[in-house]
Structures are given as C-alpha cells and as structure tokens.
Design a protein around this ligand. Structure first.
Ligand code: ADP
Length: 225
C-alpha cells in the first residue's frame, strides 16, 4: 500500500461536477487500500432504497441543488466511524460548503486524522462535454463516457449487460444548476483550503488520461511534489 502520509489521513478529492473525482477515487482506493466515501453515491443509495432520507433529498438532487449540510455531515460522521476508516479514507464530493468544511475539520481533529486536498482542475467546456456524454450502469454503478470510455456494445454495461441510463441530474438543464451551485457554494472552499495549512495539490485534469492523473496524484502523496 502507498502511504497517505505518516499519519492516517482523509484525502479530499475536490473539483467541479465532471472533474473525474469518482474515477480518481476508485483508482486511488486500489493503490491506497482505504475506503472511498462518495456522498453522492450514499445519497443515491437512500433514494434507491426509498427511505425517509432518500425522499427528503430526491427533489433537491434532481434539481441540481445541494442537500442540507447537517444531513451530509451526519452521513459522513457515521461512515468514518466504521472500523475500515481507521487508516484513512478518500472523500469524494464532500465537503462542498464552508459549513461542511469546518464541521469536517473538527471531525478530523477529534479523530486525530490529517487532511490532504487534491484539486482536480478542469476546463468548463470539457466538463459540459463529459457530463452530457455520461452514462451509468444502474446495477453496478460503473460510469461510461460516450466520447472517452464507451461501452463495448452500445448502451449496455460491459460487466453485467444491464441497459445504461443517463443519471437524472446529468440532463442538460440540471447540469447548469449543478455548475452554478459549484461556483457559488463550493468553489470558495479553495481559498479556505489554501489558507488552512494542510497539504494541497492542484492537478490539471482536463486532458490527461485517468491513469496519468492518478500517477501525478500518487507522486504528490509520496513525495509532496
Ligand atoms: P457531481 O460531483 O458529479 O455533481 P455527486 O454524485 O458528487 O456528483 O453529487 C450529486 C448530487 O448529490 C449533488 O448535486 C447534490 O445534490 C448531492 N450532494 C452530494 N454530496 C453533497 C454534499 N457534500 N453536500 C450537499 N449535497 C451533496
């Protein structure tokens, strides 16, 4: 396993929708052997299960808006207290507001975990192209891209043959809402991270392949450069 640093740490993957946080999180999970915590996936699981929490967030998510801070903070707090997180974990899609960032800061201090932030920087036009071409397997969650990672047979998942779907919030009108929410509520966190004194790495994630980006992130985690 590749160490996240000398002490156990939370690796925060930060970037706009479509910047490849989920893809990098899955690749990093393999090389770091720590769990991948995606608040978006957790929320979608609740919607899928049809429980009270799922019903509460469904409308907001379909409209491309953020769900309430207290709700995601609680989900994350519960998740990181499971034993598999003791050696660190990867956060994908959290924190997304200044309030979430300060709650996370406290959670990590209490648990004696460091934080490392990786910012995936992506060109606006690249984001739009990626999100409109994105397809997902409703069964196993694998993501495909009509431009850069098409399925072997059109419209069906390589792994289980299920018919691929467009995520509800990947429709074009909703994409605009999600990018607005990012600009207004999430992007300001960059200044907060830069001022926080924690390790912070920016990587150009517009053009390189996922493997090349992974390589750069791993090199930073190892050498700090
Ligand atoms: P993306 O990063 O591509 O927008 P996600 O799966 O991370 O996709 O998030 C999908 C939706 O889930 C968001 O638009 C938002 O409604 C909700 N969500 C996920 N994480 C958070 C969070 N930390 N705070 C508030 N809402 C969240």
């Amino acid at each position: 396993m590749m160490p996240l640093g000398s002490a156990p740490a939370a690796l925060i993957l930060f970037g706009p929708p479509g910047s490849g946080k989920g893809t990098q999180a899955k690749l990093l999970r393999e090389c770091l052997s720590v769990p991948h915590i995606s608040t978006g996936d957790m929320l979608r699981e609740h919607i899928h299960a049809g429980d009270a929490l799922g019903k509460e967030v469904q409308g907001l998510m379909q409209a491309g808006q953020l769900v309430p801070d207290d709700l995601v903070n609680r989900l994350v707090a519960e998740r990181i207290d499971r034993p598999d997180c003791a050696r660190g974990f990867i956060l994908d899609g959290y924190p997304r507001t200044l309030q979430q960032a300060s709650v996370l800061e406290k959670m990590l201090q209490e648990r004696k975990l460091d934080q490392v932030v990786v910012h995936l920087e992506v060109d606006y036009n690249v984001i739009i192209a990626r999100l409109t071409g994105r397809r997902q397997c409703p069964v196993c969650g694998t993501l495909y891209s009509l431009t850069s990672r098409p399925p072997k047979a059109p419209g069906v998942c390589d792994l289980d043959g299920a018919k691929l779907v467009v995520r509800d919030d990947d429709r074009e009108s909703v994409i605009r809402q999600r990018l607005e929410a990012y600009e207004r509520q999430t992007r300001p966190l960059l200044d907060h991270f830069a001022a926080s004194g924690h390790r912070f790495y920016q990587v150009d994630a517009s053009h390189d392949s996922p493997q090349q980006i992974l390589h750069k992130i791993c090199r930073f985690l190892k050498n700090g450069a």
